[in-house]
Write a protein that binds this ligand. Sequence first.
Ligand code: ING
Length: 311
Amino acid sequence: MARTVTLAAAQMGPISRSEDRASVVARLLAMMRQAKAMGADVVAYPEATLTAFFPHWFTEDEAEVDAWFEREMPGPQTQPLFDEARRLAIGFHLGYCELDFSAGRKRRFNTSILVDSSGTIIGKYRKIHLPGHSDHRPGTPFQNLEKRYFEVGDLGFGVWRAYGGVAGMIICNDRRWPESYRVLGLQGVDMVFCGYNTPVHHPAAPDHDRLGQFHNELSMQSGAYQNSCWVVGIAKAGMEEGVDMIAGSCIIAPNGEIVARATSADDEVIVARCDLDLGRSYRETTFNMAIHRRPEHYRMIVERTGRPDPG
Ligand code: ING
């Protein structure tokens, strides 16, 4: 019996600093209903999808920073998403900024969750690769202060039985690092959800700008192919508070092919019917890790690589 699931990526256009959560949730609900109408079993939203991407600007005001975070999930303003998911019997992925007090102190994470079709949270991930810097750099057109506003995720890269297969999550900058997918691939992941907020312009390396969309797709296509899994990339796109962000939300098959791609830089739902067994022929041949990827080989490589130049 083929394992198929219809996945949707709900790309978000810009969210202004002044747009309140009720307005954003209304946009998310409209796309959830559209995804359902398009036959989706799961709808995936971007990274930090409830607010403007505030790491692009500096503030020392603790209350202002905390206002960008969710103290509970679901909370009163996000509960409608869970209720509608249950009513429509559709699962969803949501990226948001998490305020956590479970360790006896306030901690801030860039977080994503998987929710099943009954509206129950089944998995959580906290972003590990935090790009940018923690110090204020006023001389640039915008900043990336994720290292200032978030702690490094403490949950690792996990997988969960969900949506008829095995699902995992990474967030934005994670997609540029092969380890993110490989740790999930070693756990037999079938589908990886990855939301992102990616500026067109990279202040530290402007010569990279022209390749921004290429690097976006290259990173996720490589991750999909090299780990025989589906990858769903979901953008927060467009000109948001003076920062132009790439769009290009896409759904990528385990053979590395992009099977659906957004054509706008605004709210847009794309959908693909995904055969979760498409990766099997790759896992059993080219990427049969059990016979082609031996841990002892890595120990030897690391030992040799670690040695000084033999000269
Ligand atoms: N944003 C960007 C990303 O990794 C970035 C930061 C852009 C890093 C371009 C390197 C090059 O897509 C987030 N939020 O991680």
